[in-house]
Structures are given as structure tokens and as C-alpha cells.
Design a binder for this molecule. Structure first.
Ligand SMILES: C[S@@+](CC[C@H](N)C(=O)[O-])C[C@H]1O[C@@H](n2cnc3c(N)ncnc32)[C@H](O)[C@@H]1O
Length: 251
């Protein structure tokens, strides 16, 4: 049966989605959490990372990680699923942007790729690959890391984020193909990337604290924490893990 949503033109669909999201986020004023006693409950305060009310908390740390490494976002850049971070952090340094995805429903995709089929991926194509919140949905994440390595030019950089403390992601929340498989720690991320890129080419940074993690699990959004609360880094509460992995060689 034809999926009804494909009868609505793509641009109109995007516009309607943006309007719906903006309307939902406007409602934050009515259920903003100021008194944390409302979080004494066994079901989350809000589902789905709070996307209906504002920016999810993990996105603060992903943006922080990419800001730190934005100089690496240059030349030919590939990103998984969309080019949102390439455009936001790459600016004029980007000569060409590609969007990689296995999902054939992704209309923005410019290159169809299965990251687990390493031998079929292009060789030494990209100066930078942005791979945020993706390895968690790939059962064979080791193959995916080998694909990132293979696709990079010598001297090229993979900028990867993976979740640490996080609820289970199901169905429509995945945003593409795959299932929720993995969580990482700073230590495990460092190990699995070092095995492919070698340890001296891997830099890992972890982000988060107990308050941000609690808020994130309840679907509170960035707008409900202060900058100071979001920024505080407690290495024992890894909410987001960022990996900068460089392919050895001169670009
Ligand atoms: C959870 S989404 C996250 C992507 C996005 N970069 C973000 O930060 O939200 C994971 C993406 O990886 C894609 N994906 C899943 N398995 C894949 C695979 N084996 N090869 C390539 N893409 C894959 C999914 O279709 C989806 O677009």
C-alpha cells in the first residue's frame, strides 16, 4: 500500500514538520521543569528525549565536541543521514558535502552506503567524516569503524559521537535503519577506535554530569538547564563520548 505521507510534496512535508515542531516547543512554557520533585516518578517526565519541547541535552555535547574539532571539517566532507553538522560547523572550509546512508527512504542521501560492508565502501575519498549517534544502531560496529578508516584520505579525520548514559532508542526514534545495540564508555570507545586507527591517532573526550544525565533520561531539554549545569564535566557520568580519529599519513 502506498504510504500516504508520500502523497504530500516533500517541501510541504518538511515545512509542516517544522511548524509542528515549533508549535510543540512553544509549549515548553507550560511544562518547563523548575521544581525537580516532579521527577520522583517511575515513568519518564517526557518521552523521546524531549524533542517535542526543545533541544535534547545530548545535542549540546555533540555540538560542543564538533565546535572543538571544527577545523577538521574541511575539503570533502561526508556525514551520516544529513548534512546538518557539516553546514553548521564546516562553513567555508567545506568544498563538497556528501550525505551517506543505508536507508533508501532518505531523500537527502547522496551516496548509498552500508558501513558494515567495508569492502564495498569507497577508498580514500573524504577529508572528514562526521558520524554522530550512529554506531549504536549498527550491530557490527567494528566493521563500521573499519569503513570510516577506509573512506578517509590519509590525514583525514573521523569525528564520531556515541552515547554513554542513555535510554533505549526504539522504532521511529532511530530515524533510519538499524536497531539500538550499543552504549560505550570513554574507555571502550578508545579501545575500539585504537584497534583500527592505532592509539596515537585517537583522541577521546567524554561529556556530562549526574544532573545532565538525570535530566536527559527524563526528556528534559537544554532550555531547562543553565549553561553552567550543562558545561560541568564529571568523568564518572559519561552522557556523550566524542572520538577524533585521524588516518595516518599526509593529506
Ligand atoms: C540514529 S541515526 C543518527 C544519525 C545522525 N547523524 C544523528 O546525529 O542523528 C543513524 C543513521 O545511520 C543509518 N544507518 C544505520 N545502519 C547503517 C549502516 N549499516 N550503514 C550506513 N548507515 C546506517 C540510519 O539509516 C540513520 O540514518
Amino acid at each position: 500500500m502506498t504510504n500516504l505521507k508520500y502523497l504530500v510534496p516533500k517541501r510541504l512535508r518538511r515545512w509542516l514538520n517544522r511548524r509542528r515542531q515549533a508549535a510543540g516547543r512553544g509549549l515548553l512554557v507550560f511544562d518547563r521543569v523548575t521544581d525537580w520533585s516532579v521527577l520522583r516518578r517511575v515513568r519518564p517526565y517526557r518521552p523521546n528525549f524531549g524533542v517535542a519541547r526543545g533541544e535534547p541535552i545530548d545535542r549540546f555535547y555533540i555540538a560542543k565536541f564538533l565546535t572543538t574539532h571544527q577545523e577538521s571539517i574541511r575539503g570533502r566532507v561526508a556525514e551520516i543521514e544529513s548534512d546538518q553538522y557539516t553546514r553548521r560547523f564546516g562553513g567555508d572550509r567545506v568544498q563538497h558535502a556528501d550525505i551517506l546512508d543505508l536507508n533508501d527512504q532518505n531523500e537527502q542521501r547522496t551516496i548509498a552506503i552500508d558501513l558494515t560492508k567495508t569492502a564495498d565502501t569507497p577508498v580514500s575519498e573524504f577529508d572528514c567524516i562526521i558520524c554522530t549517534q550512529t554506531l549504536l544502531v549498527i550491530e557490527d560496529y567494528g566493521a563500521a569503524i573499519r569503513s570510516l578508516y577506509r573512506m578517509l584520505k590519509p590525514g583525514g579525520v573521523a569525528l564520531v559521537t556515541v552515547p554513554g548514559i542513555c535510554q533505549v532508542v526504539r522504532g521511529g526514534m532511530i530515524g533510519g535503519v538499524g536497531e539500538d545495540w550499543w552504549r560505550f564508555t570513554g574507555r571502550s570507545a578508545s579501545k575500539v577506535f585504537s584497534e583500527v586507527f592505532s592509539p596515537e591517532n585517537v583522541v577521546v573526550q567524554t561529556y556530562g554530569n549526574v544532573l545532565a544525565a538525570t535530566a536527559f533520561l527524563h526528556g528534559l531539554v537544554q532550555e531547562e538547564l543553565t549553561q553552567e549545569e550543562l558545561e560541568y564535566n564529571d568523568p564518572d557520568y559519561e552522557l556523550t563520548i566524542g572520538v577524533q580519529a585521524t588516518k595516518q599519513g599526509i593529506g
